[in-house]
Design a protein around this ligand. Structure first.
Ligand SMILES: [Zn+2]
Length: 237
């Protein structure tokens, strides 16, 4: 009585369990004659019942030009060590084959990692999704509502978390003028929220970004206020 998993083509057929799974990896050592007599005997018994290992041994022996003198058809019966003058080449070939496999595994892993990274970047910064993705929101000039030596544009960007407000601000006055400013969001309920503050520097354009949880359709105005709280610039979305 045999179960469905007792006689597969890759079954070692020695003990019928997975304890000897590692024996499949003895193929190269076997071809190289590097196994101890006991291990070689064990592997030969395994080889008789393992199609995978027979293919593996033959593939090793089939490396062009290098292993042509290995008696592949006899490996099951008489696994003689390769001729001494071939051992160096055999070892080199086997090592190269193993190294190549390893490189392919590593390269495959790297490709998979790169694909994951690209997918992650697309999800994070795809068109219209991230702070650097897609087109920048249009900036509009803020309207002066009180005399002040400052001009600015403001752009609102809808985010899952609310609104990003980017202000490009230029200060034209003398350095002695009070130069502290705040960026304020006024929502439709009349509540004011300060989302940024800075000190203007003469003749230098400053780019400031503040974030509010208020969505754009709930924003009544974006204001730049002087240090005393007086609105000097305003923008209505
Ligand atoms: Zn095997």
């Amino acid at each position: 009585m045999t179960g469905p998993f007792d006689s597969g083509p890759f079954d070692g057929g020695l003990r019928g369990d997975d304890a000897d799974a590692d024996i499949h990896h003895d193929d190269a050592a076997y071809v190289l004659g590097a196994l101890s007599p006991a291990d070689r005997h064990r592997y030969e018994q395994h080889l008789a019942g393992c199609a995978r290992c027979r293919e593996s041994v033959q593939a090793f022996a089939g490396l062009p030009g290098l292993l042509s003198r290995v008696p592949v058809e006899q490996v099951g019966a008489e696994p003689a060590a390769p001729p001494p003058e071939l051992s160096g080449d055999l070892f080199t070939a086997a090592r190269r084959a193993r190294w190549r496999r390893r490189v392919m595994v590593v390269a495959g892993g790297a490709v998979a990692a790169a694909v994951c990274l690209v997918l992650a970047l697309l999800l994070a910064f795809g068109p219209g999704r991230g702070p650097t993705g897609g087109q920048a929101p249009p900036a509009r000039a803020m309207t002066a509502v009180a005399p002040a030596p400052v001009t600015a544009t403001a752009a609102l960007a809808t985010r899952p978390w609310g609104t990003d407000v980017t202000v490009r601000c230029r200060y034209h006055g003398a350095a002695s003028y009070p130069v502290g400013y705040t960026l304020v969001v006024v929502d439709t309920g009349g509540h004011s929220e300060r989302i940024s503050s800075w000190s203007a520097v003469p003749d230098k354009t400053m780019v400031l970004t503040g974030t509010t949880a208020t969505r754009p359709d709930r924003i009544r105005a974006i204001q730049v206020r002087a240090s005393d709280g007086t609105p000097v610039l305003s923008l209505t979305p």
